[in-house]
Write a protein that binds this ligand. Structure first.
Ligand SMILES: [Zn+2]
Length: 125
């Protein structure tokens, strides 16, 4: 499958790229980046596998990583499951998430008294 992302703001700090351009993806890999790849891809338009997506006004970035994600399983599946949390991450452009192990142990521990409370986490909780 060949896909052309047309006219998005491409940001890739590892390549020092921050510019409006096109991204051509072939076989799941980035085959080319640059301006006016639409013209270059016209020959490929005869290929029924080419999908052109207009991404003007959108960001095109490497997969994002959230290193502090609270998944509510086990114990709070009515709020979120691992699956629903991962689906939400993907929808937001995150390709990797990490959930602190303390989130599980805190849920299993009895409520802490003010004098024995350990490290706490309030951001995003
Ligand atoms: Zn937290």
């Amino acid at each position: 499958m060949t896909m052309l992302l047309r006219g998005g703001r491409v940001i890739d700090p590892s390549q020092k790229i921050d510019d409006v351009m096109d991204v051509l993806i072939e076989g799941g890999k980035i085959a080319a980046t640059g301006r006016n790849l639409v013209e270059d891809a016209k020959g490929k338009k005869k290929d029924p596998g080419l999908t052109v997506i207009d991404v003007k006004g959108k960001l095109v970035v490497p997969g994002l990583i959230d290193i502090h994600t609270h998944l509510r399983e086990p114990g709070y599946e009515y709020k979120e499951t691992v699956e629903s949390g991962c689906q939400a991450a993907v929808a937001g452009g995150f390709t990797s998430i990490a959930s602190p192990s303390s989130a599980i142990s805190r849920r299993r521990a009895p409520p802490a008294s003010p004098t024995t409370a350990g490290p706490s986490c309030t951001r995003g909780s």
